[in-house]
Design a protein around this ligand. Structure first.
Ligand code: GLY
Length: 421
């Protein structure tokens, strides 16, 4: 089989790496990928949202299967487009991808189908939103842009000034474009955050082992939110709790989408708050989490191609998934300044030495080859991933490998997985 992976981050490198291990996969292509993907896949110079070019490539090269990494192409209908060509793809169609593409759609779905989620109201008019805030009169409250806003659309507001600022950014200053034309004001719920990922064909759900994501830029979980500074798989989660999440959130969500005429096939990622009253959905994503996918796939013993192909074929009930019992830790190496502004183009050294360490794989995210040199090309640059006998061992191995790597301004957290030792 010839497989095309769409996207170019650490998640896509991990997907290419694992798919290339399948005896059923003859060749992996990646559009556009990154420098690391080139070791396991042929890179194609097409961006994830160039649907015409992707469809043309799939047709011209007899691609058998496409795996879509990021949300943007899903939300504009890449899978629908490929399916119209009679081509198989992993990921939800456009209508079902609204679960991530429109927070208002996701919240209404939860409300209609009794899926536990914080209470909300939606607004297109700033005066109406202000009147609502005055009446509500208590903080914190969460103000969210409805659409995809590159992770910057959500603000947890501690007071009126903060809420007003985010409302204005969305509804007056147009900071998020169309994504901010509708705003949600949501109840703030307290608890422990966690996320779960399931592969589904719309009927059967295959849960991936839970992974922990470290979103804050700074050690001890302080500082601005990032795409993720590291991840550990498995995250310690009580089996009863997982069962409850499946019963109260995951199954009802997949069922709700089917009954609304938008059946969901692909990867469903539920971001949850575990409150004293039970799990509450904070958000849905319709694609693999990044960096969570990196330690997760490092532990997957089963054939990833078989799993994703079965999901896209409606045959997931036939698949068993096996995991390496050893935990995996991923430490993300970032460019200085991330998640704010940062410079690109610094030479990266030491990856070969890092990968010579036992049980270590280095997934590339923002990397590129320029004039024969490997250089930084993004905020998140590499995900150094190690398997160990326990979390302490995996951490030791990951950080020993990190020490081999250097580039100007390299920043990473030294406490990924520390609380799990
Ligand atoms: N790591 C969080 C996400 O993928 O959205």
């Amino acid at each position: 089989m010839k497989v095309l992976v769409v996207g170019g981050g650490g998640r896509e490198h991990a997907l290419c790496w694992k798919l290339a291990q399948s005896p059923r996969v003859e060749k992996v292509f990646v559009a556009p990928g990154n420098a690391g993907c080139a070791a396991v896949a042929e890179r194609v110079d097409i961006q994830p949202t160039q649907l015409d070019a992707l469809a043309g490539f799939v047709k011209a090269n007899d691609i058998d299967f496409t795996v879509v990494g990021p949300e943007a192409p899903l939300c504009i209908g890449l899978v629908d487009r490929l399916e119209r060509l009679g081509h198989k793809a992993f990921g939800p169609r456009r209508e079902a991808a609204r679960l991530e593409g429109s927070k208002s759609y996701a919240k209404r779905l939860c409300r209609t189908h009794n899926i536990p989620s914080p209470d909300f109201k939606e607004f297109r008019d700033i005066e109406a939103a202000r009147r609502y805030l005055e009446r509500a009169g208590h903080y914190p409250l969460v103000v969210k842009a409805d659409g995809l806003a590159a992770g910057k659309g959500v603000a947890v507001c501690q007071n009126e000034a903060e809420a007003e600022a985010h409302l204005r950014a969305c509804l007056e200053e147009n900071s998020f474009g169309e994504a901010g034309e509708t705003v949600l004001i949501e109840e703030f719920v307290k608890g422990t955050e966690m996320s779960v990922m399931v592969v589904t064909d719309g009927r059967t759900l295959v849960e991936l082992e839970p992974a922990r994501d470290y979103k804050a830029a700074g050690e001890g979980n302080v500082g601005p939110n990032t795409g993720g500074m590291g991840s550990v798989s498995p995250a310690p989660v009580d089996a009863k709790l997982l069962h409850r999440i499946e019963e109260k959130v995951l199954v009802p969500t997949v069922h709700a989408l089917a009954t609304e005429g938008s059946p969901f096939g692909g990867l469903l990622y539920a971001g949850l708050m575990l409150t004293p009253a039970g799990p509450r959905v904070l958000e849905f994503n319709v694609r693999f989490g990044d960096p969570e996918t990196q330690p997760t796939l490092a532990r997957l013993k089963s054939d990833l191609f078989e799993l994703l192909w079965a999901a896209a074929s409606g045959e997931l009930h036939q698949v068993e998934v096996e995991w390496d019992p050893r935990p995996a830790v991923t430490v993300v190496l970032t460019s200085g300044g991330y998640p704010g502004s940062y410079r690109k183009g610094y030479e990266i050294t030491g990856i070969e030495a890092a990968e010579a360490h036992e049980d270590v794989v280095v997934f590339h995210a923002g990397t590129e080859m320029r004039a024969g040199r490997l250089v930084t090309n993004g905020g998140r640059v590499l995900g150094v991933t190690a398997l160990g006998e326990d979390v302490a061992d995996a951490r030791r191995k990951a950080y020993a490998a990190v020490k081999e790597i250097s580039f100007e301004g390299m920043v990473y957290r030294t406490d990924i997985g520390a609380e799990l030792e």
